[in-house]
Ligand binder design. Structure first.
Ligand code: FPP
Length: 251
């Protein structure tokens, strides 16, 4: 049985978040500059976005550039910005009926990238097959800090009461308020950490780590992650018996 046949099409994770790691090591292993890994990584982004949309994933959220990545050598940052700029072709999104979004400190990005991002967001707003979100100049602690500062200001101004700050309210104030929490978080490249990515949102996500470097990640790797996800029992703090009972007697 092929991998795709092993996937239960009724239980596709609605939201997959990915930490795309290993571009640099992939390139260095081939004796190429790190930026060659990023360039190949962009090709994989295009393929995986189309594969995910085809299989029925509704939200795909990719960690492309963290706030900490600003500390990389200038030449690597510039190369990454150029790749992102070249990637942002509305045509690809339109062809696949993909809505494009971005989360992060967008105002820190070069003006040309900001403009292209905004154009893509605007022109793909009505697409509804899948939402592809790129996290750019993003980190979760940065996002939480800014959100808390804004809420504290609202309390100070008297337009927000402290008791109204519930979990749902906090989620609604985060940059990710247009997407559900990730069901599955994938990290490629062999490292076992989440590197300041969607910390609030991944409270109940299933984690999947693979050794494959991002430039080698393909549809088969994605299917393996989904199959692994489908073999897990998500308990959300309940017991296994409770979850089985609820599945047998849905309310
Ligand atoms: C991690 O690999 C990857 C990044 C920091 C950048 C990811 C960016 C892309 C795949 C290209 C741009 C994305 C889009 C959406 C157009 P690393 O460089 O940390 O690899 P290493 O751990 O092997 O050094």
């Amino acid at each position: 049985m092929t991998l795709i046949d092993q996937i239960d099409k009724e239980r596709i994770p609605a939201h997959i978040a990915i930490i795309m790691d290993g571009n640099g090591r992939w390139a260095q292993a081939k004796g190429q500059p790190r930026t060659a890994g990023h360039a190949q990584g962009v090709e994989v982004v295009k393929n995986i976005a189309a594969d995910a949309a085809r299989i029925g994933v509704k939200f795909l959220t990719l960690y492309a550039f963290s706030t900490e990545n600003w500390n990389r050598p200038t030449a690597e940052i510039e190369a990454l910005m150029k790749l992102i700029l070249d990637y942002l072709e509305e045509e690809t999104f339109m062809k696949n009926n993909i809505r494009f979004r971005v989360i992060g400190g967008v105002d820190l990005l070069p003006p040309a990238v900001q403009k292209r991002l905004n154009d893509c967001i605007e022109h793909t707003a009505a697409n509804d097959r899948m939402t592809l979100t790129i996290a750019l100049s993003y980190s979760s602690r940065w996002e939480l800090t800014h959100t808390m500062q804004k809420m504290a200001n609202d309390v100070k101004k008297g337009i927000l009461q402290p008791e109204d700050i519930t979990e749902d309210f906090i989620s609604s104030r985060l940059l990710t308020n247009f997407m559900p929490d990730p069901d599955l978080l994938i990290r490629t490249g062999g490292e076992l950490r989440i590197s300041n990515y969607l910390l609030w949102q991944c409270a109940y996500s299933e984690f999947y780590f693979c050794d494959t470097y991002w430039p080698d990640f393909d549809a088969e790797c994605l299917y393996k992650a989904i199959i692994d996800f489908q073999h897990r029992q998500r308990r959300f703090g309940k017991t296994g018996d409770q979850v089985r009972e609820e599945a047998q007697n849905p309310s």
